[in-house]
Write a protein that binds this ligand. Sequence first.
Ligand code: FRU
Length: 479
Amino acid sequence: GLYKELYRPQLHFSPKAHWMNDPNGMVYNKGIYHLFFQYYPDGSTWGPMHWGHATSPDMLHWKEQAIALYPDSLGYIFSGSAVVDEKNTSGFGKKGQAPLVAIFTSHDPIGEKARTGKYENQSIAYSLDNGITWTKYAGNPVLKNPGIADFRDPKVMWYEASKKWIMTLATQDRITFYSSPNLKEWTRESEFGAKAGAHGGVWECPDLFPLTHAGKQYWILIVNINPGGPNGGSATQYFTGQFDGHGFTANHTNIKWLDYGPDEYAGITWSNTGKRKIFLGWMSNWAYAGEVPTHPWRSAMTIPRELGLANVNGRLLIKSSPVRELKKQEPPLLTITNNRATTTKGYDTVRNEEPYMLTLTADTIKDCSLVLSNKEGEQVIVGYDASANQYYIDRTRSGKTGFNKGFASRHVAPRFATNHTLRLVLVVDRASVELFADDGLTVMTSIFFSKSWLNPGVIDGPRGGDSKIVVSRLGRVWK
Ligand code: FRU
């Protein structure tokens, strides 16, 4: 039945059927969170892109809506963003009603074939019924390609100080900023990044927003990159710095990754959520997204994550945590205090086949490994390796892995925290695990395809101190 198929996520958004990639146009309006997404409704691999659509009151319980944007004479509808045009700067609003405006890339497949180098242009559309139906602007495209083949994924925000819209655009190996008074006419402001950050692949899906830490405002520039991620394939990097309405200046030259796992990509934040910045990514990797063994859909999104900043020995880092809307159900399924056992067996706690959260706290920084496993002997191991000061997720023996030759592997991420408390939070669904270590200073997302649900267990540690492991049900989101 619906949403009951093998490997179907029970906590994460996935489309009923067919291919999905990047989250698009995420905007909060009138009590509704909108999630649009790169969607191909005629197949389960990437194809001519549409914007699919889902709505939710809480970013967890989704209702899939009709397709919002279809390809047109300018091309496929590639990634982009949406804003609430509160002041009706675009003039699309009617009778005092603020329009929703979507800003996206028109990708012309004919121009791509002909190698014109100008086949990606930015277009807009508006909605007057809170995102259900859309009208494309007759003057599209609103931002024409100056001769850069990769010229896409506009993320637009309102910059109050100059009362202008700012577009952050991925332009091959750098970011270009544009400004506009009305979303229709755009002026080039500056560029950033040709010599900063990771450059193992093309820059895609950027985002720019402020976050406050210790009373001071910083600007965060997110830049997704494919390939060239820390564990191979696609991944999300970010810069911390300042933005003055014209340009971005980073306060560091090193590479920072928002998620070190293999399966978070194209992640950006919701528009119009006030001070809260909520991030959501596509839970897959271009290295194998078209080969994963799910049917009749392909791909899910990550859990929505609230972003914050932390200063770790002078380094400003993003920390991510599952949104507070994700509630643990009481009482816990399992509590283990001061574990001393070493076992490879999982505790048979998740008989009801529900997503769960596992929280581990220990007052010692020593090796520890948690095992997610099933009666078929399939397993995913999540742990901390003290000698390397690394977290890891090992899905080598996680079930079906042969669809892609790099899939069965162990992925690692650095520990940044320097305190002496180990704190791991795992969000486990039917086919994914997300690790939030040290209150989200290190994050890893990994998908897997086991024959049945994986139960939580402890292989080793944490030893030598007081520790507590709590497993709680999270409930299913599809009714
Ligand atoms: C990122 C991306 C975007 C593009 C879209 C096409 O995953 O390649 O750059 O707009 O996917 O589907």
